[in-house]
Design a protein around this ligand. Sequence first.
Ligand code: FE2
Length: 302
Amino acid sequence: MRLRSVSFGVRDVEGQAHFLRDVFGLVREDGENGCVRFSAPGSIEPAITTLRPAPMDRADAVAFGVDSRSAVDQMHDHLVGLEADLVGRPGPTADGGYGFEVFDPEGHLLSISAGTAVRTPPPHERGKGLPLDVSHVVFNSSDNAALADWYCTALGFRVTDWLEDKLVFMSTSRYHHQVALAATPEPGLNHVAYECADIDDFMRATGRAMRLGHEILWGPGRHGPGDNAFAYFRSPAGFVCEFTTELAVADSPDWVARTWEAVPEQSDLWGTSNPRPPAFGASGDPGLGIIPGSSEELRAAA
Ligand SMILES: [Fe+2]
């Protein structure tokens, strides 16, 4: 599967849109009903992030693409067999494809589809610190081992690494992680990462955000698991967004998942980052896009 997009509901669409365009460098396009979508030059997706006006700030869903309608049907049948928390049957999607939605066992809504409109990625100009694509999402989880089992069994992910029992990294692509699960008391969205072309663009992106007055939450540094550079910022709506680059390729048949130690030397290989904030990923932090409570609302709307 490919990671397509992350959608949010926010109270202040303009504030969040300003952040995503002017600070994070995504390309804005206004839609209907106050919705805004964002693309990036390296992506075949017309939108890698969307915003809609909402009475509370929250992450709505994470969208994945599969290759064909039959793959959608097969995955749906498989999930029916697992008694997954499905939202309806496969059918036409709002973006012109064919798909369905499913809640993972902790209530994160996933959209799975095929045949949605794609585009030829426009040329990317290096040296401007503009992200190419969405890289990965991290969910909070009250039982990340069990939830990782579900992602592997239900959706075909493979575990690529652990950070002690605090984080589990998973992928269906050649890269080290598309989804990771952070151990926290409550589920929710921990952060969304946007991929920069190289270290230079990554640092320019990070520097732009800092010059615009945004405090760097954690970074810049380089993680051990995934070997990717990281710089995290908090958006006006409270969501944590990351610039990243050089995420490791981890599709070798002899890849063996290892357990990294949760120590600064392995979480920040370069030793350049500020200490990781204790509240990063904590459930009590209202800025991390907590999804719980949305399930019933979304189910009612489905
Ligand atoms: Fe990340």
